[in-house]
Write a protein that binds this ligand. Structure first.
Ligand SMILES: [Ca+2]
Length: 510
């Protein structure tokens, strides 16, 4: 080796050691963690709606970083999905399968994402719907500061007021309830299954007057301030969750004569096993009521308006980040807790294992790691967020988590990726999705198999065709090895909102 080359290598070596040292001493990245509620894939970057949808801010976000076009939620209802995302543990590991269970008493020692960030020197602040919104799911002590949800709807009757963990008394009915004028809703009769949320219509309010808008304003104010520690800032909107109340201008984006209804095949469920049909039919009466009342287009319009409202709120957060001192050192993660059926496969609501319920918006912008405008069609799951953030923020590893870090895909969206995405709804029912197929196995061993290359609507169940046995076998290997027994239901506890404690009810003595 010539002396000059030796010197050059030495200098390079010294330089790289130096830069590693300076990177380690550099402030770790902040995280802006945005959660959306019940937002399916009817958004610009995912193209799930056949008409024109207005999501300019999610479109802009897609341009900034990476869009996962084949991302799925861990479950298809709020509490199990959010518990899985925030603990990094699937429902089949925790036994949290539905909204009728409290996650904290079932998992007293599990460190949730904000707790793990705090244990690693971060300031963690949360607002709005991050964990499930009903009483008993937002225990104090998870965050350095938590700003409870402000509701615009009757959900308020079970929800704490800001700064308190106790429930607010009384019901927050909007003037003129129900705005959709459905008689049964007015009378509080079934169907619908839950009349308190079964409503839609415009509010004459500004974005920031809405509960979600107030939460976003709080997050914007947070970003404007100077923070000593790196932060994990979580902001969760409630829309597009029912009831679909949003400012009027979002309804005006979707004239009724331009509303496209989802494609539905009339005999679609004939080749679906009983377990799947029961999931589809759980809210059949709700769907029939929508149609009988002549409200189908209005409901689709209101859902789209709610998507566009939530999109505008994401835009306020993106703008605030762009204008603040943290713009170059903040990771942005945006996700929705599951999708929503508006008639696809005859289903209304969530709680199925099909594409419209499991396929979700999911975006990450990680300065220095993601490239702008990347698209990744590898199958991923939101349970992967926790290990990904551990990786990106150099937090202490948690090898027991169920997901895996997505950083290889953040760097190279086309990286080889054999791992499918697994979705669970109730005990022992799972879907396994890879880049082409969806395999569903229910807890009675009945099955479905769909080929997305030829059947994007999942209309033809191929599970009974022996030709596809190798596909089923390959995907079945990824089914959870065990299905944890369900955690205790809420009825097993007495919950005291003032002390925020859950006490097991004593078993009745003879
Ligand atoms: Ca939800």
């Amino acid at each position: 080796m010539k002396r000059r080359d030796f010197l050059r290598l030495t200098v390079l070596g010294v330089t790289s050691v130096f830069s590693r040292g300076s990177a380690a001493s550099k402030r770790r990245p902040n995280v802006l963690f945005i959660s959306l509620d019940d937002m399916n894939d009817w958004i610009g970057p995912l193209g799930g709606y056949s008409g024109k949808v207005h999501t300019p801010n999610l479109d802009r976000l897609a341009q900034q970083g990476i869009t996962f076009t084949n991302a799925h939620s861990p479950s298809t209802v709020c509490n199990p999905s959010r518990t899985a995302i925030m603990t990094g543990l699937r429902p089949s590991t925790t036994g949290i399968y539905d909204n009728g269970q409290w996650w904290r008493p079932a998992l007293p020692d599990v460190a949730t994402m904000p707790e793990h960030f705090r244990a690693n020197g971060y300031h963690a602040e949360g607002g709005g719907k991050i964990f499930h919104h009903t009483l008993g799911n937002n225990p104090p002590g998870l965050w350095d500061n938590y700003r409870p949800q402000v509701q615009d709807s009757p959900w308020h009757y079970v929800y704490p007021v800001p700064g308190q963990h106790a429930p607010k008394k009384g019901v927050n009915w909007p003037d003129g309830f129900p705005l959709n004028d459905i008689e049964n809703v007015k009378l509080g009769k079934k169907p619908p299954a839950n009349y308190r949320e079964f409503d839609w219509g415009p509010f004459d309010k500004t974005d920031l007057e809405m509960g979600d808008g107030q939460m976003v304003q709080w997050a914007v104010d947070f970003l404007k301030k100077t923070h000593e520690k790196p932060f994990f800032l979580a902001a969760g909107t409630f829309r597009p969750h029912l009831p679909w109340y949003v400012p009027r201008k979002y309804f005006d984006l979707y004239p009724l004569d331009r509303i496209k209804l989802p494609a539905v095949k009339t005999d679609d469920l004939d080749d679906v096993p009983k377990a799947g049909r029961e999931m589809a039919e759980a809210r059949l009466a709700d769907f029939e009521l929508v149609k009988k009342e002549g409200q189908y287009k209005q409901a689709v319009q209101a859902y789209l308006a709610s998507i566009s409202f939530a999109d505008a709120l994401v835009g306020l957060l993106l703008d605030a980040l762009k204008e603040c001192q943290y713009r170059d050192n903040t990771i942005i993660v945006v996700w929705s807790d599951h999708g929503w059926h508006l008639g696809e496969k005859g289903a209304w609501h969530k709680k199925t294992l099909w594409q419209r319920a499991t396929h979700v918006p999911f975006f990450i912008t990680a300065p220095g790691t993601t490239k702008s405008g990347s698209i990744c069609d590898r199958p991923v799951n939101l349970v992967d967020i926790y290990p990904t953030l551990i990786d990106l923020c150099s937090l202490k590893a948690k090898p027991q988590l169920d997901g895996i870090s997505l950083t290889p895909l953040l760097r190279n969206p086309k990286a080889k990726w054999d791992r499918p995405s697994v979705i669970t709804y109730e005990r022992g029912n799972h879907a396994v999705c890879d880049q082409r197929w969806r395999y569903i196995r229910y807890n009675d061993d009945s099955e479905e198999l769909y080929d997305h290359d030829s059947d994007p609507h999942e209309w033809t169940n191929l599970a009974k065709d022996p030709k596809y046995d190798p596909v089923k076998k390959r995907l079945a290997r990824w089914l959870p090895k065990s299905d944890a027994p369900p955690a205790l239901t809420k009825s097993s506890y007495i919950f005291d909102p003032d002390s925020y404690t859950w006490t097991r009810k004593e078993k009745k003595r003879k």
